[in-house]
Design a protein around this ligand. Structure first.
Ligand code: BES
Ligand code: MN
Ligand code: MN
Length: 454
């Protein structure tokens, strides 16, 4: 391990230079204008993995963005770790709120500021460099495969089929993922739960064109007013989602399980301060940890319609729309939730408007067992490198393909992420601490070591 550590120490600056090259590619999967950047990013990663020590690396086409696959087989009889990550990033709007250029990495206050610095380029690149350090010091104890996709932020649609088509190539003993957060650098944790998601888009249409709001105001259903009412009614005063059947399959935890969950450190004051809110909110009867960890939720991600440019314009808009996501927990089924949503949303529409409901994407929740060898290897690695035993932690975020891996490939995932909430992923001014990046690179070889020994 000393050899690995000093290798990392000696190559610090180069690791960062490489990461910065990766970060400069604006690989935004949600926007078709970036199609070419997706391919360029995949090519860059394949080349980087070969330079890091892979036997070979491929940019494999899918119906969507390509998947980067690479591997190094040290011994066919040895264990195999499949590293998963995603090279696509979220859009950068509102771009005015960035203090630096979104795709020009800058180091300040010991942190890298850039879209993708944490989610997930910074985190996946820790794997590439941990792998390089093990190869270069002759201390790689397992076979390693990399599978890096470009559609995680839009639902991983192509990756399900990719897994079905490449079962043999993807054979492994465990999937290792760094795409989640820890509670704190002094409070390490390993994610053992991810929420699922159902993402819908709705449109309410009234008159066949925008109308003068004086001539027609009060006499015609206004789609923007109607949409606002419909959307507001989806969550009640107690923070419950009102869609009939929504909670039917929600797994109820025992009092003991809930007590354990709430052992995780949490400060409401720090939480409020960190995101600039004056009060926390959510479902009655549950703590903040429970609200994101074990309870489902419903959020409007965007809502639009009518006139929003400079000045005023007196109209009744012809239509109004919203993007609505629901975070799901075991044992909710994302398809069933989509159906319940659509049925309910149509049912609550008043006379005088038409409603259009579209399913955009969905994914299942995941719970990772904490009593398997791979989890214990991760726990040992973190304990050694952070000087403190990590807590298992239920995250509110989603990585839908993780449950797909279990279903299609029959392989469990270990969610060993090094993010922190202050990294502000998906927000303007995303960042990743240099300490997180390098601690991650040091921790990963320990995982390989302990996993190989088990
Ligand atoms: N890396 C995140 C998920 C995450 C972040 C999990 C922090 C736990 C802690 C991932 O890139 C992500 O943002 N996923 C999307 C999935 C969706 C678009 C299907 C999400 O959760 O919104
Ligand atoms: Mn991610
Ligand atoms: Mn993300």
């Amino acid at each position: 391990m000393e050899k690995i550590k000093s290798y990392i120490e000696q190559n610090r600056e180069r690791f960062l230079d490489e990461l910065f090259e990766l970060l400069r590619i604006p690989s935004i999967s949600a926007q078709s204008a970036h199609k070419e950047d997706m391919r360029r990013c995949a090519e860059w990663l394949a080349a980087a993995l070969v330079k890091s020590g892979a036997d070979h690396a491929e940019v494999m086409p899918t119906d969507g963005n390509p998947v980067v696959f690479a591997e190094k087989i040290v011994d066919p009889a040895a264990k195999t770790v499949l590293v998963y990550g995603h090279y696509d990033v979220m859009p950068v709007d509102p771009v005015d709120e960035w203090r630096t250029e979104p795709f020009e990495p800058v180091v300040a206050d010991g942190r890298i500021w850039c879209r993708g610095a944490d989610d997930d380029k910074g985190q996946l690149y820790m794997h590439a460099k941990a792998f390089e350090a093990m190869c270069a010091t002759d201390s790689l104890p397992c076979n390693v495969k990399f599978m890096l996709e470009g559609e995680e932020e839009i639902g991983s649609e192509s990756l399900y089929k990719f897994c079905e088509d490449n079962r043999e190539m993807l054979r492994a003993d465990v999937i290792l993922v760094s795409d989640t957060s820890m509670i704190g650098m002094d409070k390490p944790s390993i994610t053992c739960g991810l929420r699922g998601i159902t993402y819908m888009q709705v449109e309410v249409t009234g008159p066949d064109k925008d109308l003068h709001s004086g001539i027609y105001g009060g006499a015609v259903a206004n789609p923007a007013n109607v949409l606002a009412r419909m959307v507001a009614s989806l969550v009640d005063d107690k923070g419950h989602v009102t869609i009939p059947g929504f909670y039917d399959d929600v797994r109820i935890l025992s009092d003991e399980e809930r007590r354990d969950l709430n052992e995780a450190p949490f400060s409401a004051d720090d939480y409020k301060r960190s995101i600039g809110i004056c009060d926390i909110a959510g479902e009655e009867g549950y703590t903040t940890i429970e609200r994101t960890g074990i309870r489902p939720s419903l959020d409007v991600n965007g809502i639009w319609g009518g006139y929003i440019d400079e000045g005023t314009k007196t109209i009744i808009p012809s239509r109004a729309s919203a993007k609505i996501s629901m975070r799901l927990v075991p044992n909710q089924d994302f398809n069933k939730i989509a159906e319940l949503f659509e049925k309910h949303f149509r049912a609550i529409a008043p006379a005088g408007v038409r409603v259009d409901v579209k399913f955009l994407h969905g994914g299942a929740p995941y719970v990772s067992p904490t009593d398997i060898p791979a989890y214990r290897a991760a726990e040992r690695a973190v304990t050694e490198s952070f000087g403190r035993k990590p807590l298992p932690f239920y995250s509110g975020g989603s990585i839908p393909i993780i449950s797909g891996f279990e279903r299609i490939l029959g392989i469990k995932s270990i969610l060993l992420g090094f993010g922190l909430s202050k990294d502000a992923i998906h927000s303007p001014n995303e960042s990743y601490g240099l300490d997180q990046f390098f601690r991650g690179i040091e921790t990963l070889p320990l995982f390989y070591k302990y996993f190989a020994e088990m």
